[in-house]
Design a protein around this ligand. Structure first.
Ligand code: GTP
Ligand code: MG
Ligand code: ZN
Length: 292
């Protein structure tokens, strides 16, 4: 039997078999000799030891197409990064930081903008115009008014999606809306702090429908920042890539160099000012990081 590990706790791997159910399994396969450990997200073969109790052993791990370190998840297809149109105000520096991290890992990103019920159409368009030149799909929706959710469902269908975003943007609200198996706690930040809320620390894939899974990425603010050389950051901005071939100097950093096509594009609005400004900040940040 073949299924997907959706949760790992205390030495048990919970393997979801489509059309059957979830088996609690131990790792028993020969992969253990090769020091391989099953990961959440892995497709595995299992042997059933107790059909009634839904117990079994993981006997084989299928090849992975990707693996994240934090959180440890295999076979992630894409990331959904959620911000709110307002309340809290979108932090574009944080969004751009996340985008270069995913570019670096070659994980496709969908930008989700929630709470569009709270802003004007012009404000939504302003955000769309910033990211359109970079080619990132942006889905604008409202969990509250249930608008835009079909587009979101379609984008998630058949994939494993890691959901990330700052506190209060509506991640849990969305996950609750998309499925009925797991109920996540929703509320405003102050209420959560007062109650001393403990966020769950294990990673769990949440089935949305057959073959579609989402999971929460905890600790967004402490996301792993890749050790990228300053000179390599430019290629992680998709809208810079083609233009930079026209820069006067090879290896142009788009900073003070003359004849820079990226800066020219910023000046006439083909590249958003905030994108370029964040590029400069990341470049300076990496330049000033001491190298050991
Ligand atoms: N106006 C409006 N409010 C929303 C919408 N979606 C969620 N909210 C509210 O936003 C607040 C935060 O929602 P959560 O789902 O708890 O946010 P979260 O991203 O899971 O936050 P953390 O768990 O702290 O990371 C709640 O009060 C929700 O009711 C929306 O589409 N419109
Ligand atoms: Mg939440
Ligand atoms: Zn340049």
């Amino acid at each position: 039997m073949t299924g997907r590990i959706i949760k790992a706790i205390a030495g048990f791997y919970y393997v979801h078999v489509v059309g059957d159910g979830t088996y609690a399994c131990r790792a028993k396969g020969s992969f253990r000799k090769e020091k391989k450990t099953p990961l959440v997200g892995d497709i595995v073969d299992i042997e059933v030891t107790h059909q009634q109790d839904m117990e079994g052993n993981v006997i084989h791990i299928h090849d992975r197409h990707s693996a994240l370190e934090r959180p440890p998840v295999a076979n992630v297809d894409q990331a959904l990064i959620i911000f709110a149109a307002t309340s809290p105000e979108p932090n574009l520096n944080l969004l751009d930081r996340f985008l270069i991290m995913m570019e670096d890992k070659d994980i496709p990103v969908i930008i989700g903008i929630n709470k569009i019920d709270l802003v004007s159409d012009e404000e939504v368009q302003r955000l769309q115009q910033i990211y359109e030149p970079a080619g990132y799909p942006m889905i604008c929706y409202s969990v509250k008014e249930e608008s835009g959710l079909d587009e979101l469902r379609a984008a998630l269908s058949g994939k494993i999606t890691t959901v990330a975003g700052p506190s209060g943007v509506g991640k849990s609200s969305l996950i609750n809306k998309l499925q009925n198996d797991i109920e996540m706690e929703v509320g405003d930040l102050s209420a959560k702090i007062e109650r001393g809320k403990q966020t769950t620390r294990h990673t769990e894939l949440i089935p949305v429908d057959e073959e579609t899974y989402i999971f929460d990425t905890p600790g967004f603010s402490t996301l792993y920042v890749p050790e990228i050389e300053a000179e390599d950051i430019g290629v992680l901005f998709p809208e810079f890539r083609e233009l930079s071939e026209g820069c006067k100097f090879r290896g142009c950093n788009h900073m003070a160099e003359p004849g820079c096509m990226v800066k020219a594009a910023v000046e006439d609005g083909r590249i958003a000012a905030s994108r370029y400004e964040n590029y400069r900040l990341f470049f300076e940040e990496r330049k000033n990081t001491r190298k050991y």
